[in-house]
Design a binder for this molecule. Structure first.
Ligand SMILES: Nc1ncnc2c1ncn2[C@@H]1O[C@H](COP(=O)(O)OP(=O)(O)OP(=O)(O)O)[C@@H](O)[C@H]1O
Ligand SMILES: Nc1ccn([C@@H]2O[C@H](COP(=O)(O)O)[C@@H](O)[C@H]2O)c(=O)n1
Length: 203
């Protein structure tokens, strides 16, 4: 039986971490939809035209190990503002969301556009400073030479582009539960999300 959990929010708010943990807890499948846009953005850095890149995306494109960098994130948010790119990725995401056994999808437009009928919708936020600190630590640990200021500027530029685009902008669905993780540990944030799913399952 299908059961969809839609988790949206700005960059480095913790939605991917929460989504993976919720999926593992309930045995649901998980799709990081940002990876699709990152893979398209990465292809454009090699000169492929964005709409063509989205329409011909392969598993190999998604498996690249260089998708989680600042420049690829910026390229992703640029291609994400092109309606035809979003259209090319829509059917795959919708089909994933209705698979048997349950699915968690995280992104920017899951609760609003991809899965407006999701059983559970969560919009994860955290302050700019906390998100930048978390992403900075993550990038440094992965060996990237970035500063905290650069990381903050990168997040803000991406959030702004994602919020202001005309087509499927990043916004909380009217029926989403807001989860502000600024002062929460990962365990606390995950526990809250798991509880929201359990409440829905209990009816
Ligand atoms: N509540 C939390 N407390 C401390 N660190 C956290 C918390 N939630 C997530 N993190 C850490 O913050 C970083 C960003 O988290 P995550 O990748 O889940 O964010 P995201 O919203 O999916 O980001 P993006 O949209 O850019 O992919 C990770 O290093 C993660 O371990
Ligand atoms: N549903 C989505 C998911 C992502 N995007 C765009 O991709 C960029 C990268 O996403 P991350 O989750 O990996 O940070 C993001 O900044 C968005 O521009 C999207 O538009 N819709």
């Amino acid at each position: 039986m299908a059961f969809t959990v839609a988790i949206d929010g700005p960059a480095a708010s913790g939605k991917g971490t929460i989504s993976r943990a919720v999926a593992a807890h309930f045995g649901f499948a998980h799709l990081d939809t940002g990876l699709l846009y990152r893979a398209v953005g990465r292809r454009t850095m090699d000169g492929v035209e964005p709409i063509e890149a989205a329409r011909t995306l392969t598993r190999e494109d998604l498996a690249r190990d260089d998708l989680r960098t600042g420049p690829v994130g910026q390229a992703a948010s640029r291609v994400a503002s092109i309606p035809e790119v979003r259209e090319a990725l829509l059917d795959f995401q919708r089909a994933f969301s209705r698979r048997d056994g349950g699915a968690v999808l995280d992104g920017r437009d899951i609760g609003t556009v991809i899965c407006p009928d999701a059983e559970v919708k969560i919009f994860v936020t955290a302050s700019d400073a906390v998100r930048a600190e978390r992403r900075y630590l993550e990038l440094r640990e992965a060996g990237h030479e970035v500063t905290l200021d650069e990381t903050l500027a990168d997040l803000k530029a991406r959030d702004r582009r994602d919020e202001e685009r005309a087509h499927a902008p990043m916004t909380a669905a009217n029926d989403a539960v807001l989860l502000d993780t600024t002062e929460m540990s990962i365990d606390e944030a995950v526990a809250r999300a798991v509880a929201l799913v359990q409440e829905k399952q209990a009816g």
